[in-house]
Design a protein around this ligand. Sequence first.
Ligand code: AMP
Length: 572
Amino acid sequence: MEYVALVDVYDQLAATDSNNEKRDILADLFADAGELLPRLVTLVRGRLWPAYDRAELGVSSSLTLEAILRATGAVESDVRDRWKETGDLGDAAAWAVDNGGQQTLFSQTLTVERVHDELRGLASYRGTGSQDRKIDTLAGLIADANSSEARYVVRTALGHMRVGIGEGTIRDAIANAFLDGSDEAIDTVERAFQVTTDFQTVAETARDGGSSGLNSLDVRTFRPVQVMLAEKAESLEEGIADAASDNRVLCEYKYDGFRIQIHVDGDEIRLFTRRLEEVTEQFPDVVQAVREGVSADRVVLDGELVGYSPESIATADRTPVVFQRLSRRIKRESDIEALAREIPVVVHLFDCLAIGELLLEAPASERLERLNETFETVQPSPDSLRAGLEQARSRWVTTNDLDPAESLYRDALDAGHEGLMLKNPNADYQPGRRVGRLLKLKPTMEPLDLVVSRAKYSEGRRSEWLGRLYLACYDPEADAFHEVGRLSTGYTDEELQKLTDRLEPLVRTREGRAVDLEHEVVLEIEYEEIQESSEYGSGFALRFPRFLGVREDLDPVDADTIDRVESLYDSQ
Ligand code: AMP
């Protein structure tokens, strides 16, 4: 397929705000895709791998700029000006192709296969000279591209397509292309995606096997399952009443670490985060603990990985470290073992998603029993590079006696954890869903997780940095973000520098010293009070917001919701 045909689809998608139109455009593309279907399913969102696979191209904006200059002969300052003006290096590339002055004599027509395969190939370039090879490959594609093609080659390389396609649109397009497009068909596609995290497999299965093929897709080890999400309980009483089944509720410590999904198949062990990123290499200590503690052959376990201070890890009163400190372990690429000793961890297991067979539909109480059959407690030993492995602390509670729940809640907070999880013992595991089967209870006026929507450069000493950040909460119904305040304190110079580096590539438009941003970065924010205010789109304003940290583990749609802000306001 000629790449220009896909570019035409991108342009059509970008030209409409209607999700139904986008769905129909994609459904037509998928229905006629033939053997290109798997590639097109990911390419339409600017991805080159299925969602469960977090392979990285390792292409930065500066490398891309270099490739544009090499391919087009354009003057760097001109291309930079274009880039600044539109906030999009793709647009700048399109301009450079038309105005760069370099004529390619032997231009070849670009095909979808070539763009896909060559861009994917970039991920495998490693070591000395790899940057230069990446620039060459990318420049080769741009040199053979017309201006519209260059725009999307660059956007795909950078992973920002600007055509407004979410997972929901892909799901609906598959349901329309290969099934009857009904609500039931959409649900079938959705479940298949949650279980496989792979639209390529889902699309091909829908085409070749219809609904029954999709229904028989199963959790596979080494393909992370979307995790079940929790809703907030407003109080212990309400939470227990909501989560109870036959008057019983399972109360567990809510730990403050990050979600970890452990896949074991024979001798192989792999670890994934809540965003389905693989972190096996970063946690050799956890792999060791799983090797020692898990007896079953093919299992998928769900738990929370928590960092503790090295002095306390072997004691009965372990002191958890803040999330920001633990997150150093996720990002670390070298000296992993030294950091594992510096920030030792314990995995607190709380669910079993598969053991030989899939358990998603089994009730929570049964999954917990199966969990306990699969592993034995492992004591942490940082010196021998072994993490701890244990069951999350829990207690069964009945609705007519809340005392045990209260005391567990107090114990959890005293021990430095976040609160309690309240679990319905009869509930099945709903991947990727926030349904009322899993409730979380934390003290009110807790920090909020908010998305940075706009920013301004600071004045004075910090004038090079984006120091004034506008914060927005999420509105799931409208799939939109509403601002709730402006942040200008709480960060160190180093944090501000890092934040600026993180935010600048997300600039959509600039006006003077103000920038509009892609909704991507989630911050954890502390504040004193929520007030009503007409200043912000949400109708509320945070009083004295302070920066606590970046929540790299959260997607923008995981940010706190407008409903949550409103109910916190009501509860003050
Ligand atoms: P939140 O991130 O505030 O929505 O809370 C839900 C998260 O709490 C889950 O995604 C887990 O990472 C974490 N968590 C901590 N302890 C537990 C537990 N015992 N059961 C389930 N989730 C837990």
